[in-house]
Design a protein around this ligand. Structure first.
Ligand SMILES: [Zn+2]
Length: 427
């Protein structure tokens, strides 16, 4: 009995102790649970904070690139992110976007369209007078180093890349006719078209320090293939206007209206983009697919393509161009090049040639669907001819940088800041 009493007491005590321990453990578990919950809540809050920051950063990039509605939609995509506080970061950003979008003004100044040829990557090869005479390159081309200096200068002047196709629209009452479309930009900004002539990478240029062709990179971007002076083929981001401009706009979204880049003027007699797609060679079908892939990628990324004639023959400038010849030339471009770079309403004239608006040769081009005709001149205005417009373009090259310095300085950049010291003197 005594023993069992003791045992009972011990058992009882043990029970109390164990119970206590269990309670303590429970409490501890509960506390741990609460802590965990708190940590989870904190983590969730941190995550949301981070998400909010990301969305604000993305919205800001959209805003800089003039994607106003897209920025607003993004900020409003998750209402739980927006707090009721008046200084809530999203609320503040939304107001900033609304105000930027409301302050756009109609652009009324000169029409700015500048053009380049493919850039000289290795001036030491272009200006060595081996192969093609150095003087031609010196007159009509710019170098990579010059182009890289021109872009920030243009941005500083207020220029914004604007899509060439967005300058016109059909007349609502008579859709066969076209009219100029209003352009709205932030005050002080100037719409700019950049085009590149002859993005064909002709045989004669290959040994002279230009890119060899455009290439689709594994990263889905379009690169330049350049042959180094040592003869090694390498993919680069700065072998011509296109990748340089792509990278510049990525770093400076404010330089491009809604992702606009430029217009590539393509002939056909030696293929396109560095691929001989018009000679009946065995690899032709594969090269055609490549050109189409590159063109599609570029069009999705703000670029346009234009017809620059098929032959670029000297009969365009020496007065011997007949209606028959221009028909043959244009039809061939439409048949051999258009299927791969896509349908276009832009004609960038070879040698910058002009036509009178009633000229049957000009009318033939318009009847084939070309609506925007770009000769070379520094008038800086668009002429509307019922069903087409003429938009002259200004050459930026050794010639204009040497002989039209004041004009370039007035509108674009300080020539002495840009001119490549590798250029021989132009007389
Ligand atoms: Zn040309």
């Amino acid at each position: 009995m005594k023993i069992s009493m003791k045992a009972a007491i011990i058992v009882g005590l043990l029970a109390v102790i164990i119970g206590g321990i269990m309670l303590a453990q429970q409490a501890e578990t509960a506390a741990a649970f609460a802590n965990e919950k708190e940590a989870e809540a904190e983590e969730a809050e941190r995550m949301q904070e981070k998400q909010k920051e990301d969305i604000l950063t993305q919205a800001d990039t959209l805003l800089q690139g003039y994607f106003y509605q897209e920025a607003i939609d993004l900020l409003k995509s998750d209402p739980t992110m927006i707090s009721t506080a008046t200084d809530d970061a999203i609320t503040v950003k939304l107001a900033e976007i609304e105000s930027a979008s409301a302050s756009l003004v109609k652009y009324e100044g000169p029409v700015q369209h500048i053009f380049f040829h493919s850039l000289i990557v290795y001036p030491e090869l272009a200006f060595d007078n081996k192969g093609h005479p150095a003087k031609g390159y010196n007159m009509w081309m710019a170098t990579v180093s010059e182009f890289k200096k021109i872009l920030p200068a243009l941005e500083k002047k207020g220029y914004v890349l604007y899509p060439l196709t967005e300058y016109i629209e059909p007349e609502p009452e008579n859709p066969k006719n076209i009219r100029l479309k209003d352009i709205y930009l932030p005050p002080g900004k100037i719409p700019l078209v950049i085009s590149i002539d002859d993005v064909n990478y002709y045989d004669y240029m290959k040994p002279d320090g230009f890119a060899n062709r455009l290439v689709m990179g594994d990263d889905g971007r379009v690169w330049t293939e350049v042959i180094t002076p040592e003869g090694k083929a390498t993919l680069t981001r700065d072998g011509d206007v296109m990748p340089i401009l792509d990278d510049y706009v990525e770093a400076h979204p404010g330089f491009s209206w809604r992702g606009a880049k430029g217009t590539l003027a393509i002939t056909g007699y030696q293929g396109a983009l560095g691929y001989r797609i018009t000679d009946g060679l065995p690899q032709e079908a594969e090269w055609q697919r490549t050109v189409k892939k590159i063109a599609d990628t570029m069009k999705a990324d703000g670029w346009n393509f234009a017809c620059h004639s098929y032959t670029h023959n000297s009969y365009f400038r020496d007065g011997s161009l007949t209606l028959k010849l221009i028909k043959h030339d244009t039809d061939r471009w439409i048949q051999k090049i258009e299927p791969f770079v896509g349908k276009t309403n832009i004609y960038i004239s070879p040698f910058g040639v002009h036509f009178k608006k009633e000229d049957p040769r000009y009318r033939y081009l318009i009847e084939q669907g070309f609506r925007i005709y770009c000769p070379v001149s520094n008038e800086r205005r668009i002429t509307v001819n019922s069903d087409n417009v003429v938009m002259p373009r200004v050459n930026i090259d050794g010639y204009s940088m040497n002989f039209r310095r004041n004009e370039l300085e007035k509108y674009y950049f300080d020539v002495s800041d840009v001119l490549d010291p590798m250029r021989p003197r132009l007389q």
